[in-house]
Design a protein around this ligand. Sequence first.
Ligand code: HEM
Length: 199
Amino acid sequence: MHGIIFTGLKHFVVETYDKGTWNQIREKAGVGGVHYTPVSAYPDEDLVALVEAAVELSGIEQSELLRTFGRYVVPTLVDMYGVYIEDDWDALELVENVEGTIHQALRNSDTLEYEPPAISAIRLDQGVVVVTYGSRRGLCQVAMGLLEGIGDHYDQRLEVYERRCRHDGASQCELVAVGGTTPRRRAERVIEWEFESTT
Ligand code: HEM
């Protein structure tokens, strides 16, 4: 996994708690000697161990921790990959385009081995975007936080929820981001008409 995710996690912990807490988490995760940088890649297992240790030490539920972290890390990701983001996009346009631009570029990178998730984002009426996510890493809570963080970045209110989840036995996770004032009930109706009828 990309080092930016690890340095993002470190900054998240240090800002929310302090440096000592980060060191405790690293020790507990068995990666005390590793110095993470944003220009390297690290084993997925390190991230799993760090998250498990953070959950144990903080007492915060894993799902909440992952989601808060996803939201927190967006400005760092946008800084690093801003070159792929068109100036005239809004929050939902960025979400729609992540797969074809940013994640694809990461996959094609010949300097390091990245394996971003293959997400598909489909824009429906009423400012509704359905994001399908099926990564074996099972980080749909991070994905939800990323959607919220993208809303924050554009100062746009996005309601984000998960309508199907692999952790509950679905074949893949289905996340929804709804912009503006569209209520969830209305969004669900749009999804039934425009998404479920075609998938
Ligand atoms: C500003 C936009 C975004 C940028 C710059 C970005 C970039 C990245 C990067 C650098 C990674 C690490 C890849 C690796 O190490 O293999 C990653 C992973 C990930 N991305 Fe994106 N991403 C963005 C938006 C999104 C969105 C909108 C979603 C889904 C809603 C998403 C879902 C994920 C997830 C869940 C991971 C963790 C790895 C996995 O689950 O397989 N990303 N992304």
